[in-house]
Design a protein around this ligand. Structure first.
Ligand code: SAM
Length: 268
């Protein structure tokens, strides 16, 4: 096959093995953290109250300083000395529902076979109004070190939306796609974070995502305990009376109130 006429020089990257297999740690730090950490910084105000992080509490401390009142660390691995909770996020029966204001799951869900189960469990253990901050690789080398079944998935923005929309309402989901072809190539070759410029990180090409970020908020129950509708109707004497119509959440969604009615909200 003939080389294309532009004569592109692959230079040092004309090789079939990476420059390093150490995720960039031996060259100044991993490239994907240049997206993960600014994402958490942008949403630092969510990292408050009771916070659950996986594997270690580093990001809860770094981005939630002063706001975090309870910091838990979960891991499936009972040998993790930093874990305060040993649990399987696919079925975390030992974590009560409505416990956390924030769950931080960076670079974790893709190493778990059942991503929808994790999304459902996180939605369950978040308090109403609580927030999940998650990141997933769209492309990266495979973590074979975790064993044969240690690294399952890479996702696109659409894939992340499909997984998390099963557990969170669509309008409570914010999904971003970050990266470009250069970031992906550099990360695959094992280059270090400092080997790319801020401008190179700053260009996001949806055709070549490197990282997907997910911010998902658990809905709060409606702020009203009940709504009484007083339906203005004519009685047998011809005079107007108000007859109460009791609010029922399911009925309210499917059946709009009659045109001539007055809404009265009762606070919880
Ligand atoms: C790749 S590490 C990433 C975590 C880290 N905080 C980060 O930002 O890179 C994934 C962690 O998830 C844990 N893990 C894997 N499967 C799990 C599961 N089903 N439930 C809970 N933790 C799990 C692993 O033991 C490991 O500590």
């Amino acid at each position: 096959m003939e080389a294309p006429a532009d004569g592109l020089d692959l230079g040092d990257l004309r090789r079939v093995t990476p420059v390093s297999r150490e995720w960039g740690y031996d060259r100044g730090g991993p490239i994907d953290r240049r997206y993960i950490e600014p994402f958490l910084e942008r949403h630092a105000s969510d990292i408050a109250g009771a916070v659950l992080e996986v594997q270690e509490p580093d990001y809860s401390r770094r981005f939630g300083a002063g706001r975090v009142t309870r910091s838990d660390v979960v891991d499936l691995d009972p040998a993790n000395p930093r874990a305060t909770l040993v649990s399987d996020l696919r079925a975390a029966a030992n974590i009560p529902s409505d416990t956390y204001d924030c769950v931080i799951l960076t670079q974790t869900i893709h190493v778990i076979d059942d991503m929808p189960a994790v999304a459902a469990e996180v939605a369950r253990i978040l308090k109403p109004g609580g927030v999940l901050l998650a990141t997933l690789p769209a492309a990266s080398r495979v973590c074979v070190e975790y064993g044969e079944d240690g690294d399952f998935w890479r996702v696109t923005a659409a894939g992340a939306r499909a997984v998390f929309a099963r557990a969170f309402p669509h309008d409570h989901l914010e999904i971003e796609s970050l990266g470009n072809v250069l970031v992906n190539a550099a990360f695959m070759f094992g280059l270090g974070a400092g080997e790319l410029t801020p401008d190179e990180y700053g260009f996001s090409d949806p055709y070549y995502p490197a990282l997907i970020t997910v911010r998902a908020r658990k809905p709060r129950p409606p702020a009203v305990a009940g709504i009484l509708l007083y339906h203005r109707v004519a009685d047998s004497t011809g005079s107007d009376v108000h007859r109460p119509w009791h609010y029922h959440p399911d009925r309210a969604q499917t059946q709009p109130p009659p045109a001539a009615c007055v809404l009265r909200r009762c606070r919880a």
